[in-house]
Design a protein around this ligand. Structure first.
Ligand SMILES: [Zn+2]
Length: 391
């Protein structure tokens, strides 16, 4: 499929339109109009201009959600990961509804440079490489340097001027003390670079423990995998992180499920649901999970007893707002990234939301990025009961 954006794309007969917005997770509309890769109109068929579309998609009464965002991945280069020696893993995530990924550091690169010149060069190279090439069409925001001792303000200024917009997980490099991390996170923030921090026990031999005191002192924008990657902090420390700061609460698939559910409930009890965002933290020792974000949605909705339409917001609008992305919400002007899905065949759920509430995964029938159809019936989800169709 080409990267060319269609002039105009219409999706009609939408049975359920999920907005990604916690304030109003379900929209009263059945038609989306996209012009040049952006959402141009959202409404009822009779109210919007569907004429002269280059592509018309019939959703056949099924559901549309904003493309899913994976807030925590570890890409390397292209669609290859050395962690589990896999090819085309990003394309597989596309088949799981993921349209945007955010790097928490290209830490799996064999021979990754740890000297300051080298780590800066890698960050710039990774940012460029993924900007220039989107595996499967997926938007991978990469170029996330892992900070090391000895970095000075000028390093952050230089990286920002070179296009670096993210820090890799603080704590994966030599900087593990709160005070030192705090200074570098502040420099990063000053130049518009967003930060995340490793939370919990070591993930693989060679990484270390970051406890709640260090996370709070460092004050990164995202409490990376608050439920551990995989070893979680004690629950009282997780409560502390939820209560004592307002940073994003990131829950990941490759973490501790009990701690993830606890972090979600605690944040919701505080009335701060908008802080909850989802990631997979893959590729990792636990593997590569193309359906990881969908599995998180099903877990948090079913075992966590939260309405499915709310949990979809965690993986779309919440992440988009926390990460300052132009996608993730069904809103005029936003990037036209969508997943069309239906209840899976033979689920006990009576409709899509009910099936997710019962812990089943949806069946994806189409994924659209910037108004371009990128994947038809998913090769990875259970088959959808009804499939959307390009007319
Ligand atoms: Zn980590």
């Amino acid at each position: 499929m080409s990267d060319k954006k269609n002039d105009k794309l219409v999706i009609q007969n939408i049975g359920l339109l999920l907005s990604g917005d916690l304030e109003k997770p379900i929209l009263d509309a059945d038609t989306l109009v996209v012009v040049d890769g952006r959402i141009a109109e959202v409404g009822k068929a009779a109210e919007v201009d569907t004429g002269n579309a280059a592509v018309t998609v019939d959703a056949k009464g099924t559901a549309v959600t904003p493309g899913l965002i994976d807030s925590h991945v570890h890409p390397v280069f292209g669609d290859w990961t050395p962690r589990q020696s896999q090819l085309n893993w990003i394309d597989s995530f596309l088949n799981g509804g993921v349209t945007t990924m955010i790097s928490a550091g290209e830490v799996h690169l064999p021979g990754r440079p740890k000297d300051i010149v080298g780590l800066k060069a890698l960050a710039v190279t990774a940012q460029r490489a993924f900007f220039n090439m989107r595996p499967g069409g997926v938007k991978v925001h990469a170029g996330a340097p892992v900070i090391e001792k000895g970095m000075v303000e000028e390093d952050f200024k230089q990286m920002a001027e070179s296009g670096v917009k993210l820090l890799g997980e603080v704590g994966l490099g030599g900087v593990k003390q709160g005070e030192e991390a705090k200074q570098m996170v502040a420099w990063a923030r000053k130049y518009g670079i967003q930060s995340t921090i490793h939370t919990g026990g070591p993930s693989i031999p060679g990484s270390g423990l970051i406890d709640a005191d260090v996370v709070l002192e460092a004050d990164a924008d995202v409490i990376g995998h608050i439920n551990g990657g995989h070893t979680a902090l004690p629950l009282d420390q997780i409560r502390c992180l939820c209560e004592q700061c307002t940073r994003a609460v990131e829950i990941v698939h490759n973490g501790n499920e009990l701690a993830g559910l606890y972090a979600m409930r605690t944040t919701m009890e505080l009335g701060q649901t908008e802080r909850i965002i989802l990631g997979t933290d893959s590729p990792a020792g636990s593997g590569v999970q193309p359906l990881g974000i969908l599995r998180m949605i099903a877990l948090l909705s079913s075992v966590g007893e939260v309405p499915a339409e709310t949990v979809f917001c965690f993986a779309t609008g919440n992440t988009a707002r926390m990460r300052e992305l132009d996608c993730g919400l069904i809103e005029v002007g936003r990037a036209a990234d969508f997943v069309i899905m239906d209840r899976a065949q033979h689920t006990a759920g009576k409709d899509l939301l009910d099936s997710v509430r019962l812990g089943d995964l949806p069946g994806i029938s189409m994924v659209i990025i910037d108004g371009v159809v990128r994947c038809r019936r998913s090769r990875n989800t259970p088959p959808a009961t009804t499939l959307a169709e390009v007319l």
